[in-house]
Design a protein around this ligand. Sequence first.
Ligand code: FES
Length: 112
Amino acid sequence: LPDDWREACLSNDLPEAGTLAVTLDGQVFCLYRVEGATYATADRCSHGRGSLSEGVLEAHTIECPFHQGCFDIRTGAPTALPCNRPVKTYATRETDGIVWVNTRPRDMAGQH
Ligand code: FES
């Protein structure tokens, strides 16, 4: 299998309850930190042109800045209209002060 893990940012760049857009392999991802854990989704909202990294993160819910639709960042599932299609999610890991993202999307069960 190809190695899809990419260095995404320094741990310090992703504070608690923060979001961060990063471009890896020409795609824009949104990173999140909640209760210390890191998560990643596509940055682009599935409803339109909203950038989720510019939205409001509350617990595991990101609210899109464009029309206030929401997603669960753990699964990518839409949780508030007008969003009704999921966003892709990606595995993350954090070692030695670096956050890594696996650029291959997870399936909806969260498996790789
Ligand atoms: Fe995100 Fe419409 S673009 S809710």
